[in-house]
Design a protein around this ligand. Structure first.
Ligand SMILES: [Zn+2]
Length: 309
C-alpha cells in the first residue's frame, strides 16, 4: 500500500479560484486530481461550488494513496455538513485514473466505481479490498447479521430514534446511541475507512453487502482499508462535528447502507432490536420479542444473530 498521502481542504469557491495557477508540475498534477474529484462530486450531487459556499459548506479531498507513476489514486472526498440540527457530512471513497493530463474519477456512488476498482493496481487498491468491494456490491443478504456498536450484553440509551443520515431527509437510516464507557465498537467484520479530513467519521464495508457508518467519534482509529473484526474499537461517543453538522450531547450517529445507498432502518433488526420509525424523525421505538423501548430508554445488545422477534 502506498504511503503517499496528501490532504486538501478548501471552501468550494476557492477551488475554482486556484485552477490553472500551479506552483509546479507536481502541484499541478495533484491539484488537478483534487479539483477533478470535487467537480465530479458536485456534478453527481447536482450542486455547485457557489451553492455549497452559500450554505457554509466546503469540499475536502483526502488523497490517501497513489501509485509510483502518479497515474492511479484512491482516497476519500467529503462535502461537509450544513450547520443545522442532525446534518452529517456527505462522504465518498473515490478511485482515480489519469490518462495524459485528465483524471477519470469514480466515486463509490458512481456507476463506474466497481470496474475502476478492479482495474486499479494493487499498489493502490489491495487484492483484499478488491474482494471486499466486489462482495459488498452484490445483493445484500438478510438478515443483517449486525451487532449494535457496543459490547454484547451491555445496554446503551437510544438518545435519538430512527432519522436520516442528515436528520430529516429520508431514508431514515440512522439512530443515535450513547452509554457505558462510550467506546464505540464495530458492528460486524469488514474493511474500515476514515472518511473525513478532520476525522470523526468511520465507514465499515461488510462482505455481506451491508455498510455501516459512525459519526461524532472522538479519539477514533484512522483505518485505511484494513480488515476489522466485530467488536474492534472505533472511537468514543462525543459531540465532535469535525466535518460539520450538530451534536447536542455525546453519542454515535450510527447508520446503515446497502452497498452505497442509505436504507431505512424501519423493520430492520440489529443487535436483537427491530427498529421502527415514528411520525417524525428522531422519534420511533425498538422491539425485542415482547419488549418495547422508546427514545431515552436502554437497548441491551443481543449481538448479531438474534432474530429480535
Ligand atoms: Zn443521528
Amino acid at each position: 500500500m502506498g504511503s503517499w498521502r496528501r490532504r486538501a481542504s478548501f471552501v468550494a469557491v476557492a477551488v475554482l479560484a486556484v485552477a490553472g495557477v500551479p506552483a509546479s508540475a507536481q502541484a499541478e498534477q495533484a491539484s488537478n486530481l483534487e479539483q477533478s474529484v470535487v467537480q465530479t462530486m458536485l456534478g453527481e450531487r447536482a450542486t455547485s461550488s457557489a451553492a455549497l459556499a452559500a450554505q457554509g459548506r466546503s469540499a475536502e479531498v483526502d488523497v490517501q494513496r497513489k501509485d509510483a507513476a502518479g497515474s492511479w489514486a484512491f482516497g476519500a472526498a467529503t462535502l461537509t455538513a450544513y450547520s443545522v440540527e442532525g446534518a452529517a457530512p456527505d462522504a465518498s471513497l473515490f478511485v482515480a485514473h489519469r490518462t495524459g493530463r485528465n483524471w477519470q474519477i469514480a466515486l463509490d456512488t458512481s456507476p463506474g466505481f466497481a470496474g475502476l476498482i478492479q482495474s486499479s493496481p494493487e499498489s493502490v487498491v489491495s487484492a483484499g479490498e478488491k474482494q471486499t468491494f466486489a462482495a459488498n456490491a452484490r445483493n445484500a443478504a438478510a438478515p443483517l447479521g449486525l451487532s449494535l456498536p457496543y459490547p454484547p450484553g451491555v445496554s446503551w440509551t437510544m438518545i435519538g430514534g430512527v432519522h436520516g443520515w442528515s436528520g430529516q431527509p429520508r431514508p431514515w437510516s440512522s439512530v443515535d446511541l450513547n452509554g457505558g464507557d462510550r467506546r464505540v465498537l464495530a458492528a460486524q467484520s469488514g474493511r474500515a475507512y476514515w472518511m473525513c479530513n478532520n476525522g470523526g467519521h468511520i465507514r465499515i464495508i461488510h462482505d455481506n453487502g451491508w455498510t455501516t457508518e459512525y459519526y461524532h467519534l472522538l479519539d477514533e482509529i484512522k483505518p485505511n482499508g484494513e480488515p476489522i473484526k466485530m467488536g474492534d474499537y472505533l472511537g468514543m461517543t462525543s459531540t465532535r462535528i469535525p466535518c460539520g453538522g450538530s451534536a447536542g450531547s455525546n453519542h454515535v450517529h450510527f447508520a446503515l447502507k446497502q452497498g452505497n445507498s442509505w436504507v431505512a432502518l424501519n423493520g430492520k433488526t440489529i443487535g436483537g432490536w427491530t427498529f421502527y420509525e415514528g411520525s417524525r424523525a428522531y422519534s420511533g421505538y425498538a422491539t425485542h420479542q415482547t419488549v418495547r423501548r422508546n427514545v431515552g430508554q436502554a437497548l441491551q445488545n443481543y449481538g448479531p444473530d438474534d432474530p429480535g422477534h
